[in-house]
Design a binder for this molecule. Structure first.
Ligand SMILES: *Cc1c(COP(=O)(O)O)cnc(C)c1O
Length: 376
């Protein structure tokens, strides 16, 4: 059994995929081919924002957003403690001070209560300028943007939506990657919408930010790429990945997002009485980047993981360590608030095999082995 079966996906998409890739090879426009601009238009339309700027990966997408807002030394950037490292790494790389904020146990997403406490603490101390909230759509579910937006407005902060895992999620009718002042995503192969290598994108409604993003993406270009008006980076999405994503986006819209929600409902129905299954807020819709259950404690989690491994069922621990406890953040400038929920989640969380092509037979096997272990 595969944790996320990309080979099976390729076998199903193969006819369209091979044609799309073949066309790029025949055309020879490997950088900035027409597929890149086409994909940007398709993604912007899907998400419901004015501009999509494709780039090299989800980490660069975050960096590009922070560059547009000129985030750096003396700025406080609020980041959930329970997320992939890049969410906090990028503000630190820009010289800003990450302020780690706790998450909610039910949704794994940033706690608005904890966020507001952190903002007040930074304001009271008076040493840093509070600037940006990095709100992460963890495991596919959008963060609580209604409450986060209220806090952002109250304290004059910008929202950077890290939608690397969130593409395809929704609150009401509004799609993920449209909730931030700038939003980002990643096309790393295992993400909800993944390519065959590295890729990412930035989304915004603001024309002047979009123009800056397009410039920073290619060496701070001005009127053309040999006119350089600012210090930027080289972070393009290549044509092959754009062509791959065009095929994948079609499958995502037509089938995969529905299939993955069907699989999540199946797990929840079968496992809901045995372990703590993930909760999706009312009016919220997840793209299920991960399906993560919670066990009673670390011993039960580790025991179950070992049991499943013995039966050929792969699982993952996202995340084994709070970001604030990563070696990289020891001895550098950062602020830690009360992060007890994150610390607890790291000992109890376990992600199960999950992807659009998982079969009920495979899911029944996973469920059966979890029951066998927990109810032994
Ligand atoms: C994967 C991920 C990123 C980084 O994306 P890359 O494309 O791997 O650079 C950033 N934030 C979160 C929450 C992620 O899961």
């Amino acid at each position: 059994m595969q944790f996320r079966d990309l080979q099976k996906q390729y076998q199903i998409l193969k006819p369209d995929m091979d044609i799309a890739i073949g066309k790029v090879l025949a055309d020879g426009n490997f950088i900035s081919g027409r597929q890149v601009a086409e994909l940007e238009d398709q993604l912007a339309a899907y998400v419901g924002v004015k501009h999509c700027i494709a780039c090299g990966n989800g980490t660069d997408a975050l960096t590009l957003a922070l560059m547009v807002w000129d985030i750096g030394s003396g700025d406080a950037v609020f980041v959930p403690d329970f997320t992939f490292f890049a969410s906090g790494e990028t503000p630190a790389y820009e010289g800003a001070t990450p302020v780690f904020v706790d998450v909610e146990e039910d949704t794994f997403n940033m706690s608005p209560t904890s966020l507001e406490e952190a903002v007040l603490k930074i304001k009271e101390e008076g040493k840093l300028r509070p600037r940006v909230i990095v709100a992460v759509d963890l495991f596919g579910q959008p963060a609580d943007y209604t409450r986060i937006r209220q806090i952002a407005e109250k304290y004059d902060l910008l929202i950077l939506e890290d939608g690397a895992q969130g593409f395809g999620g929704q609150i009401g009718e509004q799609r993920a990657c449209s909730f931030g002042d700038i939003s980002t995503t990643s096309f790393f192969p295992a993400k909800p919408l993944g390519c065959y290598g590295d890729g990412g994108a930035v989304f915004t409604d603001r024309d002047e930010w979009a123009e800056l993003l397009r410039s920073y993406r290619v060496h701070g270009k001005g009127t053309d790429k040999y006119d350089n008006v600012r210090i930027g980076m080289n972070s393009r999405l290549d044509t092959l990945q754009a062509a791959v994503l065009q095929v994948k986006l079609k499958a995502f819209e037509e089938n995969e997002l529905t299939a993955v929600n069907r699989a999540a409902d199946f797990y929840t129905k079968k496992l809901g009485t045995i372990v703590k299954t993930p909760e999706v807020g009312e009016n919220f819709f997840s793209s299920w980047a991960q399906y993560s259950i919670l066990l009673r404690d670390e011993a039960e989690r580790d025991g179950l993981q070992a049991h499943l491994k013995g039966k050929g069922i792969p699982t993952m621990v996202y995340y084994p360590k709070p970001m604030s406890r990563q070696g990289a953040f020891q001895g550098i400038d950062c602020v830690k608030t009360d992060l007890s929920v994150t610390a607890d989640l790291c000992t109890r969380v376990l992600a199960l095999p999950m992807h659009p092509y998982i079969t009920e037979e495979e899911q029944n096997q996973v469920v059966g082995e979890i029951k066998a272990y927990i109810c032994q």
